[in-house]
Ligand binder design. Structure first.
Ligand SMILES: *[C@@H]1O[C@H](CO)[C@@H](O)[C@H](O)[C@H]1NC(C)=O
Ligand SMILES: *[C@@H]1O[C@H](CO)[C@@H](O)[C@H](O)[C@H]1NC(C)=O
Ligand SMILES: *[C@@H]1O[C@H](CO)[C@@H](O)[C@H](O)[C@H]1NC(C)=O
Ligand SMILES: *[C@@H]1O[C@H](CO)[C@@H](O)[C@H](O)[C@H]1NC(C)=O
Ligand SMILES: *[C@@H]1O[C@H](CO)[C@@H](O)[C@H](O)[C@H]1NC(C)=O
Ligand SMILES: *[C@@H]1O[C@H](CO)[C@@H](O)[C@H](O)[C@H]1NC(C)=O
Ligand SMILES: *[C@@H]1O[C@H](CO)[C@@H](O)[C@H](O)[C@H]1NC(C)=O
Ligand SMILES: *[C@@H]1O[C@H](CO)[C@@H](O)[C@H](O)[C@H]1NC(C)=O
Ligand SMILES: *[C@@H]1O[C@H](CO)[C@@H](O)[C@H](O)[C@H]1NC(C)=O
Ligand SMILES: *[C@@H]1O[C@H](CO)[C@@H](O)[C@H](O)[C@H]1NC(C)=O
Ligand SMILES: *[C@@H]1O[C@H](CO)[C@@H](O)[C@H](O)[C@H]1NC(C)=O
Ligand SMILES: *[C@@H]1O[C@H](CO)[C@@H](O)[C@H](O)[C@H]1NC(C)=O
Length: 823
């Protein structure tokens, strides 16, 4: 037995020695990387990369997925974290935190496509990574602008920034990256002109700027990019006529200039040198004039879409003798006229609907030729007789003008036609204007957004890369214990809330939206809000969603350890003894300020400004440090009367009544939020929870009782209503008094007299300035204004103005005048 034991021990020791040996060897490998290894490890934790891809104990150069090092000096030359899944912790706050990379100055390729990096591209990118050749940041949820330091990427050959939320103009300096071969800025919100400096990018072979808001003229210098094979400018607001220099792009294979506001006819012989062109898209670009004849016979053409313009002309009378077939041509919604000709036999598919073709349809035009809404004889779905004769009579002089006819006859006919035309023109104009209004509305509703369309809701597109993880139904089931009742937090008005544990360890809150009881709209609005108002630290963090099921959708939020204000103000610390633990005043004030910050963000920092519409204690969620995260975002909508109503509100016909929070839907005004916030403030002061959720009648009754005790001239009165469980000394009493006064001003029965959220925030941050008035003329304010609640149409409180003001001896002033925010 002893013998056997000693043998086992021996084996163990040998094993240990071997292992030790091995780890020493590995240690050496790791040492080679030195400083850069530390940077990588920092990056690993700041981005939340999983041990599966980047095992911390292994050598990054050889064993980390997507990391490559230079064989000569072991410096990191490539990082490819494309499509990596972040750790749950990392995905909770997927920021663009890559500071650790600053030291990886030998980096040549960085690919983070489809990896959430919410935030701005750091300015130092262009300064640190001068050796960079490939940068792929597509679909990362990036915001902000393209840093002008990008011009320092002198060795850059490929730059992909597509499908983000980049705004602002394209920096001119980008024209300095003269080695660029691929530049993809598509699907962002870039505006301004296309920089003329792009004409220096002589090695460019692919330029994609589609689906942005670029305006102005296409720079003629683009015509100098002789290697260009692919040019996509679709879906912008480019205007004026297309520069003829673009016709020099003789290597173009794909050209897309569709969906712009270009002007007039194409330059003569524009396509004459573009012999390579295969895909040519110029639909809905506002072109007019003669259709370039050469487009009927470009040798490489496979796809031509020129629909929705005002091209005109007859089909050429040439036979199908060009050496190409299989191409598709779409000329729908133009003004082609005359007879069908054999030219259409050159294509395998032709769409000529909504033109003015006439005559009979030959047999060869009966397959794969779309001919609806023309003036043809023997096919269904044609324009009516009047429309057709109008169109042709309009042209008759031009068409048969060469023939020798009696001038007088034409003059008379012309006069008659003209007056008929005039009448019809007026009628058509009216109809058109009417229709235009409608299409314009639709136009903005479907404005190109850098988003994917949700098949569930055609027409509404959501940027899912911003919305966090997509969880599958099984994960949701497991997390909530199959929606076990003991995990149910409450039945909310926009869905049932459950607690859950994702992957058995991450606490989350899951909202189950059942379309049988909840309107789809509420859920869409909430998702849309998270898209539009990405991760502000005062809004509840969304971790992801599950859209798998048809009739039930799930939203997964970060778990808030302290629940919401309605449940936290008093809590049984110990179920056995009845003692209630109540929040101290400092925490209550912190919560008030936090909630005000959240509302301030919605009211004043969002464009367009948003109204929460569901401000109450249970919407104020609290994390472990009692930091406020506003929840219940399903009623958020645009401030009423906003000139740019949000896309979804129009789309979903959101109720926007102006009645103030009685029954039905709450009103969409700042003043309504302020009123509700006032009730929350009073709850904090009085400890009487439930009022912010109560119905109107009981609230009124409550306010009638309380208001007389809130008086700017009498601090002591307020002690009658203060929560008895608050322990307050003389200093704090003054703060409580101030907050009560702010609350009262929020509850002014006249919405127009309620202060703006930003003034409220300032007041909460400096409560004593509200009540301590040393300098100005409070005495002159009419004391009767502070009389009974019923007659209080105007209360007066001094509060700092946020701008142009500074703190002087603890109080905010605007010049010499204190800002009067309740009047
Ligand atoms: C890295 O980049 C290549 C394309 O260059 C891609 O195919 C690959 O999937 C990426 N991801 C990783 C982890 O290597
Ligand atoms: C980045 O990686 C993705 C794969 O996830 C790949 O499709 C893409 O081509 C890569 N980008 C570059 C510039 O190689
Ligand atoms: C870069 O490396 C130096 C040490 O050489 C270190 O002091 C510095 O903090 C590093 N920078 C970053 C951003 O990690
Ligand atoms: C750019 O590339 C060239 C060779 O292609 C190289 O010699 C040069 O050092 C590179 N520049 C930088 C800043 O890496
Ligand atoms: C352009 O590309 C070619 C090869 O694709 C390369 O030889 C040349 O050096 C590049 N020019 C510039 C200015 O980078
Ligand atoms: C141009 O870009 C748009 C949107 O990004 C895309 O739908 C279209 O297919 C592209 N056109 C060509 C010819 O590639
Ligand atoms: C369309 O083109 C016409 C001239 O052909 C021009 O007058 C009009 O302004 C253009 N429309 C837009 C929206 O740019
Ligand atoms: C075509 O021209 C007519 C007037 O000639 C104009 O009413 C119509 O809006 C134009 N259509 C397009 C798509 O530009
Ligand atoms: C095509 O046919 C037309 C007459 O229909 C003729 O003039 C032309 O030369 C032909 N082209 C070719 C390439 O055969
Ligand atoms: C032809 O174009 C019209 C107008 O754009 C469209 O409504 C129709 O569906 C197209 N026909 C076919 C067969 O694609
Ligand atoms: C009609 O279209 C189909 C599919 O696009 C194609 O296979 C067929 O050859 C076409 N027919 C003719 C007569 O061009
Ligand atoms: C158009 O076709 C009709 C027969 O459908 C024919 O009578 C007429 O002459 C043709 N017009 C022209 C200009 O070719």
């Amino acid at each position: 037995m002893v013998n056997w034991l000693s043998r086992v021990v021996c084996v163990c020791i040998v094993c240990c020695l071997l292992l030790f040996d091995f780890s020493v060897e590995q240690q050496e490998n790791i040492l080679v990387l030195g400083e850069e290894r530390i940077a990588l490890i920092e990056l690993r934790s700041s981005l939340g990369i999983r041990a599966k891809e980047w095992p911390i104990k292994k050598n990054p150069c050889t064993d980390w997925v997507g990391v490559s090092c230079s064989p000569s000096n072991s410096r990191v030359v490539e990082i490819n974290i494309s499509r990596f899944t972040r750790t749950i912790k990392g995905s909770q706050n997927p920021l663009f935190s890559v500071d650790a990379m600053q030291n990886l100055t030998a980096l040549e390729a960085f690919n983070a496509s489809n990896f959430a990096l919410h935030g701005n591209i750091p300015d130092w990118f262009g300064l640190s990574f001068t050796s960079l050749q490939v940068l792929d940041l597509s679909s990362c949820g990036i915001t902000g602008t393209i840093p002008s330091t990008f011009g320092n990427f002198i060795n850059l050959t490929s730059l992909y920034l597509s499908d983000n939320n980049l705004a602002g103009s394209i920096p001119l300096s980008l024209g300095q990256s003269s080695r660029l071969s691929v530049l993809d800025l598509s699907k962002n919100s870039l505006s301004g002109d296309i920089p003329e400096s792009f004409s220096s990018l002589r090695n460019l072979s692919s330029l994609d700027m589609s689906l942005n808001s670029l305006s102005g003229e296409i720079p003629p210098g683009i015509g100098k990019l002789s290697l260009l094979k692919r040019l996509n400018l679709s879906g912008n607001s480019l205007s004026s006529s297309i520069p003829f220099q673009l016709g020099d792009l003789s290597n173009l294979v794909d050209l897309d200039i569709s969906k712009n506001s270009l002007v007039g006819p194409l330059p003569a012989n524009f396509f004459a040198s573009m012999r390579q062109i295969r895909f040519l898209v110029m639909a809905h670009a506002n072109f007019s004039g003669e259709f370039p004849e050469i487009l009927w016979s470009l040798p490489q053409l496979r796809f031509l879409d020129a629909s929705g313009n005002n091209f005109t002309g007859r089909l050429p009378d040439v036979g199908p003798n060009v050496s190409f077939t299989g191409a598709i041509i779409n000329l729908a919604s133009n003004m082609f006229f005359g007879n069908l000709t054999t030219v259409i036999r050159r294509f395998s598919f032709v769409n000529l609907s909504a033109n003015y073709l006439q005559g009979t349809v030959p047999d060869y035009a009966r397959v794969n030729v779309s001919l609806s809404s023309n003036c043809l004889d023997n096919v269904p779905d044609q324009r009516n007789q009047r429309e057709c004769s109008l169109f042709y009579s309009d042209r008759t002089p031009a068409i048969s003008g060469k023939k020798n006819r009696n001038i007088m006859f034409w003059a008379v006919l012309g006069g008659v036609a003209l007056s008929v035309l005039l009448v019809i023109f007026v009628v058509v104009l009216c109809v058109c204007l009417h229709k235009k209004g409608a299409t314009e509305q639709r136009g903005t509703a479907e404005e190109p957004a850098p988003t994917r369309t949700n098949p569930q809701f055609p027409g509404v597109s959501l940027n899912f890369s911003i919305l966090g993880n997509s969880f599958d139904y099984l994960q949701i089931l497991q997390a909530t214990g199959e929606f076990n009742n003991k995990n149910l937090i409450k039945h909310g008005h926009s869905g049932d809330l459950y607690t859950g544990l994702l992957e058995g360890e991450i606490p989350v809150v899951i909202k189950k939206v059942d379309f049988q009881s909840v309107k789809k709209e509420a859920y869409m609005v909430e998702l849309d809000n998270f898209c539009k108002v990405p991760s502000h630290f005062r809004l509840v963090p969304l971790l992801g969603y599950c859209l798998e099921k048809d009739n039930e959708k799930f939203l997964v939020y970060k778990y808030m350890p302290n629940g919401d204000l309605s449940s936290v103000l008093f809590r049984n610390t110990n179920a056995d003894d009845e003692k209630l633990h109540s929040l101290d005043w400092i925490t209550r004030l912190k919560i008030a300020i936090g909630a005000a910050e959240g509302l301030c963000y919605l009211h004043h920092d969002c464009t367009p400004p948003l109204v929460h519409r569901d401000v109450q204690a249970s919407s104020i969620l609290l994390d472990d440090k009692f930091e406020v995260r506003l929840g219940s975002l399903s009623k958020v909508c645009v401030q009423e009367g906003d000139i740019h109503p949000r896309r979804f509100t129009r789309l979903l016909h959101m109720p926007q009544t102006s009645k103030q929070g009685t029954s039905g839907s709450p009103s969409a005004t700042f003043a309504y939020d302020v009123y509700c916030f006032g009730k929350v403030l009073l709850e904090l002061v009085t400890g009487k929870m439930g009022m912010s959720e109560a119905n109107d009648a009981s609230v009124k009754e409550w306010l009638n009782v309380i208001m007389p005790y809130i008086n700017i001239y009498d601090k002591e009165l307020v002690t009658n209503i203060i929560d008895p469980s608050l322990i307050i000394d003389e200093d704090l009493l003054e703060e409580v008094w101030a907050i009560a006064i702010v609350a009262r001003s929020c509850l002014n029965p006249k919405p127009s007299k309620r202060p703006l959220m930003r003034y409220i925030l300032k007041a909460l941050e400096n409560p004593l300035t509200v009540v301590r008035d040393t300098s100005s003329s409070r005495g002159s304010w009419n004391a009767s204004l502070f009389g009974s609640w019923r007659s209080s149409s105007s209360d007066v409180v001094v509060v700092p103005e946020p701008t142009a003001s500074k703190i002087e001896g603890g109080s905010w002033r605007t010049g010499n005048r204190r800002h009067n925010f309740i009047n």
